[in-house]
Design a protein around this ligand. Structure first.
Ligand SMILES: [Zn+2]
Length: 230
């Protein structure tokens, strides 16, 4: 994610801003940001901001410092905007502390990782602050989609579980298939109990109304035990 400026963020009625936040929550390029922001948004939807401020030392101060006011001259007068404070990386001293007594390669890798973590934490705070100020923050799903694990913007107020009808349908159809499959297995087991001999598959097929091919597949998958051949 680029360092976007959250201009005019105070009480913004801004779907676009929420889309940017969802994008960061789903980011595959910036895993550190994704992880840190998910941790914060999860706490926000489950425990609320007050709880977070009480339990996460320094969070409130960091949020208060994440955006700063700026006067903008516009054609119709002045506009007070809140813009995001650019993230600040590790200082030379901090980097040296991370690097301390390590081989050049190992030290560099650790400094890079600490740097990414630092920037991600600051960006996450900016995005969290913008989210809490967004007048339409309720449009962001309270948790990731139950199927694809992506955060999404809701189309309806009660859309809490799935990001799309596609995701919802694919889960429903899988559940249906499983229920159907279990019922078939049950039928097959009942029939198997009454059949014997080398021709058992044909007998079971007739009794249970299942194809021989289906029975073979179920046996190969270990879902059905073959009858004791006498
Ligand atoms: Zn989904």
């Amino acid at each position: 994610m680029s360092d976007r400026t959250f201009g005019n963020v105070l009480g913004a009625r801004n779907r676009k801003q929420l889309a940017t936040i969802a994008e960061a929550l789903n980011s595959t390029d910036d895993r550190e940001l994704r992880q840190e922001l998910r941790r914060l948004v999860e706490a926000l939807s489950q425990k609320g901001l007050e709880w977070m401020h009480r339990n996460d030392a320094g969070l409130r101060e960091k949020m208060e410092a994440a955006l700063h006011p700026r006067f903008e001259r516009t054609s119709s007068g002045y506009l007070l905007e809140l813009v995001s404070v650019p993230p600040v990386g590790l200082s030379f001293y901090e980097a040296a502390k991370v690097h301390h007594r390590k081989s050049p390669e190992a030290g560099k890798a650790e400094v890079d990782a600490a740097q990414r973590q630092r920037l991600a934490a600051q960006r996450a705070i900016v995005l969290l602050t913008a989210l809490t100020l967004n007048a339409e923050c309720g449009l962001l799903s309270p948790r990731p989609c139950a199927r694809c694990a992506r955060y999404f913007l809701k189309n309806r107020a009660d859309q809490n579980s799935y990001c799309s009808t596609q995701c919802a349908h694919s889960v429903t159809s899988r559940v249906c298939w499983k229920r159907d499959h279990e019922a078939k297995l049950k039928k097959a087991r009942r029939a198997i109990a009454k059949c014997s001999g080398p021709q058992w598959k044909q007998q079971v097929s007739r009794r249970a109304g299942l194809s021989v091919k289906w029975l073979t597949r179920a046996v190969n998958k270990g879902e059905l035990a073959i009858p004791v051949l006498s």
